[in-house]
Design a protein around this ligand. Structure first.
Ligand code: GLN
Length: 291
């Protein structure tokens, strides 16, 4: 029988195995794996460092490491990903929500007050991470979220239920906003925006685990913006705002699409890495074509 390990020994072994497999954030990932299997957060793990762990826990951690070193991302192994401080269920039918996308949530939260009543529409909602995070922080807000994939909407529904916002979030299967007649204070989207050339060179942990449907934005990467932007002025209340995530090299063409859609106050926002990441614009309060 193999020797029983303490939690800190297991942690060290895990880190070593992950590092040897070329995983850069080995120590962080080791903590996350232990958190997942023991339910102890990182400070609790420190307090329990000398506890002897059970054979079952050791086996679970082994199984996870084996999957991880073949390239499977941790969020897919766990079945959830943290976004804006909340856990979101994910699977192969939805994009695993990325930290850059938290900027969209931040911007809406920054422009509204806690008790404000307002509405959001999320186009291509995937896991539902964007509108659910907003509704968690804004208890008077309501929203609608659209996705073309019924399998993605199943996950979004589970996340809305889990986070207790299902009554305030209307989930709709559809092709962008083709069937929507209502107007919203905010229209949001992190659409698929990867072009053909970049699709062919994606890192394996993206290519093998995130769905193509959530990534591929057509030959030039802009097809979704071309589909969405003509719908924006019908979808926004006067003064309403559109906030769209973009690829690092797409600010110019997307801004010009928003201009054609008669939005004003067009802005490009950079992410923490200094890359263009979000464009925003506003529908004018009054029609500019007064006679
Ligand atoms: N809105 C979801 C997210 O940002 C899904 C986006 C997508 O599938 N392209 O995570």
């Amino acid at each position: 029988m193999s020797k029983l390990l303490t939690l800190s020994e297991l942690r060290r072994n895990l880190s070593r195995q992950l590092l040897a497999a070329g995983i850069e954030a080995a120590s962080l990932e080791a903590s996350l794996i232990l958190e997942f299997i023991t339910q102890l957060d990182r400070s609790e793990q420190i307090l329990a460092a000398e506890d002897v762990i059970s054979a079952a826990t050791a086996k679970k951690s082994n199984d996870i490491v084996e999957r991880r070193i073949t390239g499977e991302p941790l969020d897919h192994i766990f079945g959830f990903r943290e976004f804006y401080g909340f856990d979101f269920r994910i699977n192969k039918h939805v994009l695993s929500p990325r930290p850059e996308t938290e900027m969209i949530v931040d911007m809406v939260i920054g422009k509204t007050d806690k008790e404000q009543k307002f509405t959001v529409l999320d186009l291509g909602t995937g896991s539902g991470a964007i509108p659910i995070s907003i509704l968690k922080h804004r208890p008077q807000a309501k929203g609608a979220a659209i996705d073309v994939s019924p399998l993605a909407l199943e996950i979004a529904a589970q996340n809305a239920d889990h986070h207790k916002v299902a009554e305030r979030l209307h989930l709709i299967e559809g092709n962008w906003a083709d069937d929507i007649q209502t107007q919203f204070d905010f229209v949001l989207s992190n659409p698929p925006y990867i072009d053909k050339e970049h699709m062919e060179n994606l890192p394996r942990d993206v290519a093998d685990y995130d769905p193509d449907l959530a990534l591929f934005g057509g030959e030039n990467g802009l097809e979704c913006y071309e589909a969405i932007s003509p719908q924006l002025s019908h979808l926004l209340v006067p003064g309403g705002q559109a906030i769209l995530e973009i690829g690092y090299n797409q600010a110019k063409p997307v801004i010009s699409l928003l201009k054609q859609a008669a939005l004003v106050d067009l802005q490009v926002h950079q992410d923490l890495a200094g890359l263009d990441r979000i464009v925003s614009g506003r529908k004018p309060c009054e029609a500019s074509t007064k006679i």
